[in-house]
Design a binder for this molecule. Structure first.
Ligand code: PXP
Length: 247
């Protein structure tokens, strides 16, 4: 069991607001700085192929704004691989990417990926990045991620959150169990299990209480709350809820 569960703050949505006006404000690097001071353990960003939020130029500015490890989400493409090899994020996370989606919709279908992904994993590990796969809590995907050499798997919590929010308590319990079992299996395979997507103050604690999970990545809800209470307060409250769940 990991006593303390880390909080990775996803700052993409700060860039989404900035890009709505095409200028420089609000600056995602400043969000990284504030999240760091508020007790975050990592900064997550997703450089999408369409650059709808984080832009290439943000990478170095975010790196300069925080001492925390950076988790770079990316599609498994040659372009993104080359950017990540130059940027050397502490973690490079492969996510599926569809142009029309509002956010990452499902986990990566690791089981259907071709050998090029295993090659990407090796290249990223060679520059010192740990490699993560964002997958559904599904043993088939977990085993495929393991075969391709993943160091970490982040289990998609979106379905769990949706079920809770729809009042489907029993089904949410089943989904929670799936995540817990996959986290256990990941540890057996020598993979570090993490989780994220869609988490809120009301849904984070049962996930944070899964003892094998080492980190949760949370973005949209925190940035939404930040509008009302400020980013510092939103991150601190999420951190407190996660610590309470582990206590
Ligand atoms: N993990 C991954 C792989 C994601 O793509 C996202 C969304 O960018 C998150 C976690 C965070 O999800 P949310 O913004 O819903 O908290």
């Amino acid at each position: 069991m990991t006593d303390r569960i880390r909080l990775g703050v996803n700052i993409d949505h700060v860039a989404t607001i900035r890009n709505a006006r095409g200028g420089e404000h609000p600056d995602p690097a400043r969000a990284a700085e504030i999240a760091t001071a508020a007790g975050a353990d990592g900064v997550t960003l997703h450089l999408r192929e369409d650059r709808r939020h984080i832009r290439d130029g943000d990478l170095d500015q975010i790196r300069a704004a925080t001492t925390l490890p950076i988790n770079m989400e990316m599609a498994a493409t040659e372009e993104m691989l080359n950017i990540a090899l130059a940027f050397k994020p502490e973690t490079a996370m492969f996510v599926p990417e569809k142009r029309a989606e509002l956010t990452t919709e499902g986990g990566l279908d690791a089981a259907r990926q071709h050998n090029h992904l295993a090659d990407y994993v090796r290249k990223l590990q060679a520059v010192g990045s740990r490699v993560s796969f964002f997958i559904e809590p599904d043993p088939v995907q977990l085993i495929a991620a393991s075969r391709m050499g993943a160091d970490i798997t982040e289990f998609h919590t979106g379905r769990y959150v949706e079920l809770v929010q729809a009042g489907e308590g029993e089904l949410a319990g089943v989904e929670l169990q799936r995540i817990a079992e996959c986290a256990e299996q990941a540890v057996e395979l020598g993979i570090e299990p993490q989780a994220g997507h869609g988490l809120t103050y009301d849904t984070v604690q049962p996930i944070a209480a899964i003892p094998e999970l080492t980190e949760l990545n949370i973005g949209h809800f925190l940035m939404g709350e930040a509008i009302f209470v400020g980013l510092d307060a939103a991150v601190r409250k999420m951190r407190d809820l996660m610590d309470e769940a582990r206590a």
